[in-house]
Design a protein around this ligand. Structure first.
Ligand code: TRP
Length: 335
């Protein structure tokens, strides 16, 4: 019997290289080994985008196409839409009794996000909504609804997983052994640096390369990438370890090319402009098959809808079973 895996992502924009190298690539690599549920978390996206529902909706389909393009196989993975499974919302309500407000307020992931979203929640987080503060509870429902035993996530999500485990333990201690306590599966590289040298590639940081970026956009972004600031002239020796162009060569270029680039750079035998041009070529080569695959789904939106419907209906079956057992345990089964 394969173990059950559950992971999710918020549909707030297209996938970028940070998503791909941080998590997506790993999801593709393990999709044969697990019974895999992949949630497009539109309800969670609404917790901080409730005033832009049209964007969230559009991004559900964007994300679905991105996932299929990177090689998530819908015959192996149930890709589903969170909002279409009301059982998750039901569990969220039940779990609400098992977690204190102060525990949610102390959650490091939530704290960081509140600090990042001052425009929404105020300078001191004084306008924080009930929905946003409670999204870790809803995420615990996401995981447990499908009996997720393993959750592959980046390290920024660990406090949410811990919150989920606490809820599971509390539930099981009161109502009986019903829920499964999930384990994390940390990806080896959970964070990719941005083109500007920032430790994280992110949409809000404006330093990302998207899987859907055109050749012109990629050229312009890479031409502006940060290189060794101490290299002034073309033939100055430089330090590739502080250069974002070299960093990306290592992600998308072949090993032997990288070795050559590194030694030429250190010896001052390589100008940054040439190096950037080579990276642009390597990046386009890398993205080409992904974009070709994506094009198929762009041309066949019905196929994307069919995949999401099938994934969602499968996921719903599983969530229904869980809710049935949960309600029985909580003595609120009246059928
Ligand atoms: N919180 C995750 C993120 O922001 C998305 C997510 C929703 C998730 N539900 C999940 C991740 C369940 C793992 C398990 O990326």
């Amino acid at each position: 019997m394969k173990k059950t895996i559950l992971t999710g992502l918020r549909p707030t924009g297209n996938l970028h290289l940070g998503h791909y190298f941080g998590t997506g690539k790993n999801w593709c690599a393990i999709q044969d080994d697990y019974d895999f549920y992949l949630e497009i978390a539109d309800v969670q996206a609404l917790t901080d985008h409730f005033d832009h529902p049209e964007k969230v909706r559009e991004n559900v389909f964007e994300i679905a196409k991105d996932l299929l393009a990177i090689g998530i196989d819908p015959n192996k993975v149930h890709i589903f839409i969170q909002s279409q499974i009301p059982e998750i919302a039901e569990l969220t309500v039940f779990y609400g009794n098992l977690v204190t407000l102060s525990r949610l307020e102390r959650n490091p992931t939530v704290k960081t996000e509140i600090a990042q979203k001052k425009h929404l929640f105020g300078n001191e987080g004084e306008s924080i909504t009930y929905g946003f503060l409670g999204y870790p509870v809803s995420q615990a429902a996401d995981i447990t609804a499908f009996g997720g035993e393993v959750v592959p996530v980046g390290d920024d999500q660990l406090p949410l997983l811990e919150q989920c485990r606490e809820i599971v333990r509390k539930f099981n201690s009161i109502y009986g052994d019903i829920l499964i306590e999930p384990q994390q599966l940390l990806s080896k590289t959970s964070r990719i640096k941005g083109l500007d040298g920032n430790d994280k590639m992110g949409k809000s940081l404006g330093n990302a390369i998207y899987l859907v970026d055109s050749e012109e956009v990629i050229t312009q972004k890479i031409m502006n990438a940060v290189t060794d600031p101490n290299k002034i002239r073309k033939d100055d020796p430089a330090n590739p370890d502080v250069c974002m162009v070299y960093y990306y060569h290592q992600l998308v270029n072949q090993e032997e090319n990288c070795q050559r680039i590194c030694s030429e750079c250190k010896k001052g035998e390589r100008g940054c402009v040439q190096c950037k041009k080579e990276l642009i070529d390597a990046m386009n080569q890398f993205l080409k098959p992904i974009q070709e695959k994506r094009k198929f789904y762009e041309d066949h939106p019905d196929e994307v809808e069919r995949i999401l419907k099938e994934g969602t209906s499968c996921a719903k079956e599983k969530a229904k079973e869980t809710v049935h057992r949960v309600k029985e345990a909580m003595k609120i089964n009246y059928e």
